[in-house]
Unconditional design. Structure first.
Length: 128
């Protein structure tokens, strides 16, 4: 599941509180660093960080889609290249093997071998 963009609920609440505090006193200083100026600065910093985060997340989503699209294109082209070698040189050729294909004659058909083994055992038991 992709990361969710963050919302501005806290930012909206803080902005509303700042407006209300400004109504009390535009130079409000409650001591120990609790000033309206520090509060407004913290709000601005959070807004910048939130915007940067959401913007970066959008860029990552866009890049992710681009990678998925290029992956599909490359997968299709990879398959088509092998099929092109097969069409040009044949599926039994050394060139086809060099391109990553497997000769039909080299492929082990385990199902066929299993059937052959079962029929051989059956014939042996019937002969006995």
């Amino acid at each position: 599941m992709p990361r969710q963009k963050l919302n501005a609920d806290l930012l909206n609440k803080a902005n509303q509180r700042a407006v209300n505090l400004q109504a009390i006193d535009a130079q409000l200083d409650l001591g120990r660093g609790l000033t309206l100026e520090a509060y407004l600065s913290a709000i601005a910093k959070h807004k910048t960080n939130l915007d940067d985060y959401n913007r970066t997340l959008s860029a990552i989503e866009q890049l992710s889609r681009a990678v998925e699209d290029s992956e599909k294109t490359l997968k299709d082209l990879t398959e088509r290249m092998l099929l092109g070698v097969a069409a040009h040189y044949g599926k039994e050729s050394e060139e086809y093997v060099m391109a990553g294909g497997a000769r039909k004659s080299d492929v082990a058909y385990t199902l066929s071998k299993a059937r052959m083994g079962a029929s051989t055992k059956k014939k042996a038991s019937e002969a006995a």
